[in-house]
Design a protein around this ligand. Sequence first.
Ligand SMILES: Nc1nc2c(ncn2[C@@H]2O[C@H](COP(=O)(O)OP(=O)(O)O)[C@@H](O)[C@H]2O)c(=O)[nH]1
Ligand SMILES: [Mg+2]
Length: 397
Amino acid sequence: MSEDLRASLHAPIDPDLTLPQTVAGSVTLIIPTFNEAGNIVELLRRLGDALPDPEHLPCAVLFVDDSTDDTPAVIEKAAADHAFPVSVLHREVVEGGLGGAVVEGVKRADTDWIVVMDADLQHPPHLVPELVGEGMRSGADLVVASRYISGGSRAGLAGSYRIAVSRGATWLTKGLFPRALRGISDPMSGFFAMRRSVVTAEALRPLGYKILLELAVRCRPAKVAEVPFVFQDRYCGQSKSTAREGMRFLAHLASLRSATPLARLIGFGLIGLSGFVPNLAALWLLTRAGMHYLPAEILANQAGILWNFVLIETLLFRDRRRHRHWADRIGRFALLANADLLLRIPLIAVFVAQLGMDVLPATALALVTTFVLRFAATEALVYLPRPSRGTGRHTRS
Ligand SMILES: Nc1nc2c(ncn2[C@@H]2O[C@H](COP(=O)(O)OP(=O)(O)O)[C@@H](O)[C@H]2O)c(=O)[nH]1
Ligand SMILES: [Mg+2]
């Protein structure tokens, strides 16, 4: 690790940091930490036993720390006992949680390889040289430590609930990204080696949660290899995984998957379809309560609109919300969605009376037409950035 890099570790984080040149044949081990004081000494001891002679493979350890305990002080004290360089980047402003921490580490790595691993010894340190060695031998750009190939296991994943969540997340992710994740049996793994050269600046923003998934999807490494590993018990302390992080993961999956206009169109359609459920449920409730079906239709439509708005905001246009206030967005959204209702009825009449279509195909055609129009109008009128004053140029989100 260069002197410049060392100095930069204590400097404020520059969000537009340019990517460093890589140093051939060397490794930066990026270890995110959040209150892991009890694991540091043992982790560094085991790494010391595992890492090869620096002349063969120079390795440096970079902790990216968001702790509120004395983890950074413990790291600095323990660092002195080791032959390999150990640094800690403590973030005063925590952005993007675990994924954000890894991204900060990757931005600062100037070595040929990066290895990402957890601090709690669930990822066996002795595998670090094996991951990099496998990459060098096979020419792979990415080597994943996998629990799901022969020789690997999830022994340390506490409880059937955690195992089910992990398995479900793996299936969902593989199903959503079959091509990008070909050859990766364990996309949820937080333990992997990657050539620094395949990580593009674009791949590192916006910050992700499951960083391996993000890197695989955005960087599309040409060749991928896997090494089996047995997921160990946590050595000390408690897991920081929470249901909130699980929700963040789902939202992140959606934003990765909806990066193209076609994917957004499909997402928009699926959410629109799901809106029939609250719409019909509200219609049923209101008419049962004695309301005439016409005003009930209009009110029930608002329930569907609210449902669609919340899902579209959180899953589809999550990154594009800040151009307008939420009240402005929901107002425009509701206007378009209700306009859709007004447009659909005369459109059906035209299809039937002028073109001689039957009511059913006419209705289907009107639904598709207003759906496409509504998608285009929603994107243009609610979520497209406003032109910046004076220059007439658009600012990107
Ligand atoms: N820097 C940083 N590290 C984190 C954060 N959350 C978790 N970690 C670290 O990420 C690794 C994995 O977290 P862990 O709680 O063990 O997750 P689990 O293995 O899924 O239960 C550990 O080294 C944690 O200290 C965070 O918000 N910031
Ligand atoms: Mg863990």
